[in-house]
Design a protein around this ligand. Sequence first.
Ligand code: GRG
Length: 278
Amino acid sequence: MKTAKATLTYITEKQQRIINKLENILDSISAPELLIQAVRYSTISQGKYLRPLLVYATGECLNLPTHQLDDTACAIELIHCYSLIHDDLPAMDNDDYRRGKPSCHKAFTEATAILAGDGLQSLAFETLSRSAWPSAELKLRACQYLASCIGCTGMVGGQILDINAQTHSLTGISQIHQLKTGALFKACTHLPCLYAQVDEFTSRQLDTFSECLGLAFQIQDDLIDIETDTNNYASILGKDKTIKILQEQSTKCIHIIDEVFSKDSPLHVLTKWITKQK
Ligand code: GRG
């Protein structure tokens, strides 16, 4: 993938693939119409599908066939969509818009949005555990790992720290970012490592990579929210320092990836795209 056009083609094809796979999953379930409408509204949307892209790119770097990564990519995106629905609720961030359209509780009702999120979470684990591949043991380990990334020890834990944050310290914010955003990014690279049964060193390198990438991604978001959020990297450190940290973090991601894989690996290309590096 040497050109910007080739990168874009790779990303667009994978985004279309994940949309098709998600549509297949939603078409195959028999559930009350209102719930399906709310779930579909929040899933087949104008998202970037970054997390599935990370799953595919990691798997391809580890020589896993793309079709064997579909269920994992879908499961992680379903979790992400659930987290966005619940994060937008009045009791959480109280956001009226998501992905350029009214958030789920605005388009439907608050109760429907809560249930759509709950349904998506269960559907994610159903998808991951029902998949014909890999072995039952690896699937069990994948389910356990994903659960630990999104539950009390991960995303939900990060969310409770965030909504109750009293102090505005960089360490505190880093911890929240790590749990809220980084943990799910880590699942995207860790699960393919688990399936490919890579050695301990490679697995740890990729864990560190996705933690760094999650932080870089979140810092980008903090820069966008600099005026509206007083408890983030950019509002505490200022724009210039934050941009410097973002650059350091992005460079670190590329260094790790280039140590493990070749310089034009799908993960190298995707990382450059996510971190907006030339
Ligand atoms: C309420 C259970 C619960 C969890 C909420 C992870 C989380 C905790 C909320 C996510 C909401 C959020 C705004 C997180 C910050 C990270 C972020 C910028 C998410 C948006 O991710 P993108 O840009 O979204 O990948 P798209 O729309 O492209 O999928």
